[in-house]
Design a protein around this ligand. Sequence first.
Ligand code: FES
Length: 107
Amino acid sequence: MVWREICRLSELRENEMRRVDLEDAELLVVRIGDRVFVTDAWCTHQRSDLTLGILEGKRVRCALHQALFDLETGEVLEGPSGEPPSSIRPLRTYRVRVEGDVVLADL
Ligand code: FES
């Protein structure tokens, strides 16, 4: 695990789902209030881009089959297409630190 610069805090509009592509990671970044959440960008079901999904508070709903993930823990709250949450893997989440205007994640 290494703390890596992800983006600038001032670039993030509140409640906007932002895709950030690094050389070796594709991330979903969301700013909600004074919190920033960083997760993998891809749904664990069939690899749909979660930035095209719907933000529901601190949760993201996948656009393809509507699986619902907790942005903080990655927990699957609702499985795809009515399947149980246990039918897919949790979403990978990363610890976040903000230093001034710099957002860092522990990748
Ligand atoms: S690809 Fe996300 S729920 Fe199916």
